[in-house]
Ligand binder design. Structure first.
Ligand code: NDP
Ligand code: 8X3
Length: 250
C-alpha cells in the first residue's frame, strides 16, 4: 500500500530534502509552507510523485485545523507526520532580545507543532498506524550563549516527544525526536534576519551536516520494522563537538 507523509516546512532545508527522499521511494506527499511559489516548484520537480500542497502559517491555529481538514481522501490517512517547520531568530543575550522574536519562536516551534500534531494524531490513533517525527535540536539539550528561547523551544520538543510516547503506549504509533547539530540550510539566514553574509560565516571553513543527511535519518527511522521505535537521534557533523564549562574569573 502506498504510504503518505505530511511534512511541514517543505519549502527549504530539511523539509525539502525529506520531500525528495520520500518521493524517490514512491510515497504520497503532503507538503506545507508559506511560500506558495516554492511549493509549486517542488511539486513540479517531484512529478510524477503524488503531491498535495498546503499553504498556511503553522502559528495560526485555525489554519492548521482547516488545512488538515481540507485534505482530499487519497492524502488524508497520514502514515508519517514530520513536524519540521521551525526557526531561530537572533543570537543576542537574553537581556537584549526582542520579545516579539521570542514569541515568534514559541508560536512556531512549540504552538505550531502542537496545532498540527493535535489535528493529525486522532486519525493515526483511530487507524492504529502512524509515526510522528519532530525536529528538535542539539540546542534543546546543550546550552550556548544566545540559545536562550530557541533552545528552550527545542527542549519542549524533546519532552513533548517523550510524553507522546507515554500517552501512546498500547497503540502501534511511533514517535521520534530528531536532534541535529550544525547543518547548512536557510536556518542561519533566517536567524540573522536575512543577512546572508553573516549567515555564511557560520559555515565557513567547516563541513556541516547536509539536509540530505537528516532526510536519510528520518527516512530510516520511519521505515524500520513496525515494532522498533527510535526515541531520539542526535546528529552532529564530525567538525562539531563540545566546549568546556565557561568560568568567569575576577
Ligand atoms: P529552513 O529555514 O531552511 O527551513 C524552515 C522551513 O520551515 C521552511 O520551509 C519554512 O517555510 C518553514 N516555516 C518556518 N516558519 C513557518 C511558519 N510560521 N509556518 C509555516 N512554515 C514555516 O530551516 P531548516 O530546514 O534548517 O529547519 C527545519 C527544522 O530543523 C527547524 O525546526 C529547525 O529549528 C530545525 N533544526 C535546524 C538545524 C540547522 O542547523 N539547520 C539544526 C537543528 C534543528 P516558509 O518560509 O515557506 O513558510
Ligand atoms: C540548530 C542548531 O546549534 O544552531 O538547531 O542551535 S544550533
Amino acid at each position: 500500500m502506498q504510504k503518505t507523509v505530511f511534512i511541514t516546512g517543505a519549502t527549504a532545508g530539511f523539509g525539502k530534502a525529506m520531500a525528495e527522499r520520500y518521493a524517490r521511494e514512491g510515497w504520497k506527499l503532503v507538503l506545507t509552507g508559506r511560500r506558495q511559489e516554492r511549493l509549486d516548484e517542488l511539486k513540479e520537480a517531484l512529478a510524477p510523485a503524488p503531491v498535495h500542497t498546503l499553504n498556511f502559517d503553522v502559528r495560526d491555529r485555525a489554519s492548521c485545523r482547516e488545512a488538515v481538514g481540507s485534505l482530499p481522501a487519497e492524502f488524508a490517512a497520514i502514515d508519517v507526520l514530520v513536524n519540521n517547520a521551525g526557526l531561530a531568530l537572533g543570537i543576542e543575550p537574553a537581556q537584549d532580545c526582542d520579545l516579539d522574536e521570542w514569541e515568534c519562536m514559541v508560536d512556531t516551534n512549540i504552538k505550531g507543532l502542537l496545532y498540527i500534531t493535535r489535528a493529525i494524531l486522532p486519525g493515526m490513533v483511530e487507524r492504529d498506524r502512524g509515526h510522528v517525527v519532530n525536529l528538535g535540536s542539539v540546542a534543546g539539550t546543550y546550552p550556548y550563549p544566545g540559545g536562550n528561547t530557541y533552545g528552550g523551544t527545542k527542549a519542549f520538543v524533546n519532552q513533548f516527544s517523550k510524553n507522546l510516547l507515554a500517552d501512546l503506549l498500547g497503540t502501534r504509533l511511533r514517535v521520534t525526536n530528531i536532534e541535529p547539530g550544525l547543518c547548512e540550510t536557510e536556518f542561519s539566514v533566517v536567524r540573522f534576519r536575512g543577512d546572508k553574509s553573516k549567515a555564511d560565516t557560520v559555515y565557513q571553513g567547516t563541513e556541516p551536516i547536509r539536509p540530505e543527511d537528516i532526510a536519510e535519518a528520518v527516512y530510516w527511522a520511519t521505515t524500520l520494522p513496525a515494532h522498533v521505535n527510535i526515541n531520539s537521534m542526535e546528529i552532529m557533523p564530525v567538525d562539531q563537538a563540545f566546549a568546556p564549562f565557561a568560568i568567569n574569573r575576577r
